[in-house]
Ligand binder design. Structure first.
Ligand SMILES: *Cc1c(COP(=O)(O)O)cnc(C)c1O
Length: 461
């Protein structure tokens, strides 16, 4: 009896009160849309998409409480009540002392990088993120990857692939001297590693190390609550702790943070910079007026700040995170049952399908991941994204990068789709898997100079 109930199902801690109707398309309509989009899912019109898994950024559903808070937004230019509500939520739940709102995560990254990075500095981090690294470089710094080797290995099932390799950090400190390190940049639930967590033990060890060398830790806390969920599930000593407590502990081990509220915090736009240092706050208050807006709105409407304040609280609910990550795991397990090759362990915000293993008869020059994303759209109207040779782009000498990982990303928006949608996604991928041997690759017929994956066009071979 007890055994039977050991593994009871989770269900969403909410119900629906308003729905968005979707356009249902035929295969012929999708083929036409796909051709018009040059076989690039970024160029599809969202109207022609049934289930949109392009990103989890800004695609969240807000709750009734967030929408009510939205209506109470104080749109004053200066000293908005909504700023103080958001500040209070950040201080209460994350523990950081000073808060600067920004229009989204990269706005905070820009300001923080300008303040803390000097030309020639080194910025070690647990894997890069596109905008984060770009702002570090624009400020004159050089990013150095100090994530553990397992993070770069799609086959490794290590439970904390977001961990820092302290030896790699120590090597950099010895080589350049601690004064050349602006800060250590730590992302929770590392996006580019597939939504993989850092352990509390590793973060504590990093705090010890950085303390003795007088180095700051800056926290990219975009997915901190999802990371806390994995600590609760996997790390010794945390099974009986609440996500709220774990998040607070993570933040307490760092000196400041940048946040894209478009992910964890359950809103469609927004972000902030937070710090425990008065001097950094002072400078950030000066800079924010140049790039974003006054320090009490930072490019956001009062209503956005109200929605963030409520969203932060909702994101720390144990039932919410169980359903959030549970849904991603549900999709991943379903795909595994169909024999579809996916990256393991299953991460917090999406499933990554291994396109090289899926379409082994295609060479990387025939764009296996791009091909697979197009085929899945054609089958069911599900939109996914290429993360392989097209995204990797070209080197300075014009040659293509040939990345080890050739993946299709299925990113799950928060509180948007149902379990039945997950079934449709897995079954569609399985249908394509069944006829995989007949699938032909693509050839690139238009290649933009920068970030080609967004606008490149292809044709069927
Ligand atoms: C999305 C993201 C950012 C950038 O935030 P934006 O709101 O898109 O500007 C930074 N870091 C990580 C890990 C992210 O996922």
């Amino acid at each position: 009896m007890t055994k039977k109930f050991n593994n009871r199902s989770w269900a969403e801690p909410y119900k629906m009160k308003m729905v968005e109707l979707l356009k249902m398309t035929t295969k012929n309509q999708r083929l036409k849309a796909l051709k018009e989009a040059g076989f690039n899912t970024f160029l599809l019109k969202s109207e022609d998409v049934y289930i949109d898994l392009l990103t989890d950024s800004g695609t969240n559903s807000m709750s009734d409480r967030q929408w009510s808070a939205f209506m109470t937004g104080d749109e004053a230019y200066a000293g908005s009540k909504s700023y103080y509500n958001m500040e209070k939520a950040i201080q209460t739940f994350y523990g950081y002392k000073y808060v600067i709102p920004t229009h989204q995560g990269r706005g905070a990254e820009n300001i923080l990088s300008q303040i803390l990075i000097k030309k020639g500095d080194i910025v070690p981090g647990n894997m890069y993120f596109t905008t984060t690294r770009l702002h570090q470089e624009l400020a004159g710094g050089k990013f150095e990857d100090i994530i553990i080797d397992e993070a770069h290995d799609a086959k490794s099932e290590f439970p904390f692939k977001g961990n820092v390799d302290l030896n790699k950090l120590d090597y950099l400190v010895k080589k350049h001297g601690a004064s050349k390190i602006s800060y250590v940049s730590i992302a929770t639930n590392v996006n580019m590693a597939g939504g993989q967590p850092i352990s509390m033990a590793n973060l504590k060890a990093l705090r010890e190390y950085t303390k003795t060398h007088g180095i700051r830790i800056i926290h990219d806390m975009t997915r901190v609550a999802e990371n806390a969920y994995f600590i609760q599930q996997r790390e010794e000593g945390y099974a009986n702790k609440k996500i709220k407590e774990i998040v607070f502990e993570i933040c307490s081990l760092t000196d400041g943070a940048t946040m894209s509220a478009k992910k964890d915090a359950l809103v469609n736009i927004g972000g902030f910079l937070a710090t425990n240092e008065w001097d950094v706050f002072e400078e950030a208050r000066n800079l924010v007026v140049v790039y974003e807006g006054l320090h009490t709105y930072g490019g956001l409407a009062g209503r956005d700040m109200e929605a963030i304040a409520v969203g932060i609280k909702e994101s720390l609910d144990d039932h919410h995170q169980r359903a959030r990550v549970g849904q991603v795991e549900y999709l991943g397990k379903k795909m595994e049952e169909f024999g579809i090759p996916i990256v393991k362990p299953i991460g917090g915000h999406g499933i990554f399908v291994d396109a090289k293993a899926f379409l082994p008869h295609l060479t990387q020059d025939q764009f296996p991941a791009q091909t697979l994303a197009a085929e899945i759209y054609l089958d069911s109207g599900v939109r996914t994204m290429e993360r392989g040779i097209v995204s990797a782009g070209r080197k300075a000498n014009g040659e293509n990068y040939y990345p080890d990982l050739e993946l299709v990303r299925f990113t799950i928006p928060r509180r948007v789709y149902t379990q039945a949608h997950m079934d449709v996604i897995a079954e569609s991928t399985a249908m394509v898997y069944d006829r995989r041997k007949k699938i032909k690759g693509l050839t690139m017929i238009y290649e933009p100079k920068y970030l080609r994956f967004f606008q490149a066009r292809f044709d069927k071979l």
